[in-house]
Design a protein around this ligand. Structure first.
Ligand code: GTP
Length: 350
């Protein structure tokens, strides 16, 4: 079985973090996000994974290199211009055939792909779309199904009066190879807008696989922060971490008069000074220095971040190599000063 991961987007919603790091390489619990997606697919017996790349592909190909330690074979399909979700799969058409998976490269989920594939085959579907429930469907493209789980309608951002379902497209699909024939080569084409509605209109069998297992689109600073917190609190079966866990790398030093409340994950070569308070969920990347009396609560620090004396960070994401000044007090912000060289914006609200 093969799968295409869509990782060619610019990740504009995750700015300013994505000014310096492509979305797929943004660290989640100190590992690039894409690694979770690749392992998830490989754990579901997907033997060949095609990475559909576009925006800044090099950091991703360099990370995996030619010889990955994964069970799955990795193949790269690079677009010279953005082709959209369906156009990207068409562009990778030489690598897929028969039945295959497509997954958005910014989704973290525990959806049981093996069960989804059984569902797809039992229904005789040409397309199966994984569906996930949300509290507020008015912000999303809602998918309606009948009692046979056949998709009957797509409704884009319905008003509350129009809401008949709380299920949305989860960005995980199973497609039959013949769907590729409907997608033009080299043209921008989207599954959600240009392929699935047309299939419905022609009466083709499109099914919805609904599941309330863990699912998140980590494409905004708020959701990215939430994903890290959820994983530290044991909400996904893919990460063995519990709410009270404190895991500090042996090569980091924590002053005896620092106060740590889990869950906390800290990578190597960090120094946590006297009087520091870390109030989990907190993730600290390698080489960070947290100075006397600083307080860090419910935040993510990437690599080589410095936090000055008595600074307070709450609900923040701080990208690599940034320094937070003494006594600064910052809440609900994504900080990436490196972005300053490429854009006026250095901060985004979380
Ligand atoms: P935003 O700019 O924040 O919307 O980010 P995005 O375009 O990266 O994400 P979006 O949610 O719009 O797209 C869903 C997934 O499809 C993401 O993993 C993207 O990387 C990917 N994607 C979007 N457009 C393209 C494209 O033109 N080519 C490829 N290969 N992937 C794409």
């Amino acid at each position: 079985m093969k799968a295409v991961i869509l990782v060619g987007g610019e990740g504009t919603r995750l700015r300013p973090l994505t000014y310096s790091t492509v979305k797929a390489m943004v660290p989640v619990l100190n590992k690039p996000f894409i690694e979770y997606v690749v392992r998830y697919l490989s754990n579901h017996s997907i033997g060949e994974i095609i990475l559909a790349l576009g925006y800044k592909p090099d950091s991703i190909t360099d990370y995996f290199g030619g010889a990955s330690q994964l069970d799955a074979k990795l193949v790269y399909s690079v677009e010279s211009i953005p082709l959209g979700t369906a156009g990207a799969v068409k562009n990778a058409g030489q690598y897929v055939n028969d039945t295959f998976f497509v997954i958005n490269g910014d989704i973290f989920t525990d959806i049981d792909l093996t069960d989804m594939l059984d569902f797809h085959k039992n229904k005789g579907a040409k397309v199966t779309i994984a569906l996930t429930p949300v509290d507020d469907p008015t912000q999303f493209g809602v998918v309606e199904t009948n009692n046979q789980q056949r998709v009957t309608r797509f409704v884009e951002k319905p008003s509350w009066e129009q809401v008949t379902s709380n299920l949305i497209n989860a960005g995980v699909y199973i497609l039959e190879g013949e769907i590729l024939e409907r997608i033009p080569q080299g043209k921008h084409f989207m599954f959600e807008r240009d392929v699935f509605p047309q299939l419905l209109a022609e009466g083709e069998p499109v099914f919805g696989y609904a599941t309330d297992t863990y699912w998140i689109d980590m494409g905004t600073p708020e959701k990215y922060l939430q994903l890290n917190r959820d994983l530290l609190c044991g909400k996904s079966a893919q990460v063995a971490f519990q709410a009270g866990d404190i895991r500090v790398d042996k090569q980091s030093s924590v002053h005896p008069r620092a106060e740590l409340t889990g869950p906390i994950l800290m990578d190597r070569d960090c120094t946590i000074s006297k009087g520091v308070q870390l109030k989990g969920p907190v993730v600290i990347g390698s080489g960070c220095n947290i100075h006397d009396g600083a307080i860090i609560e419910s935040s993510i620090l990437w690599r080589k971040v410095g936090v000055g004396e008595h600074a307070v960070l709450k609900d923040c994401i701080v990208a690599s190599d940034n320094y937070i000044e003494n006594n600064a007090c910052i809440e609900g912000t994504a900080i990436n000063a490196l972005a300053k060289r490429q854009s006026q914006s250095t901060q985004g609200q979380v």
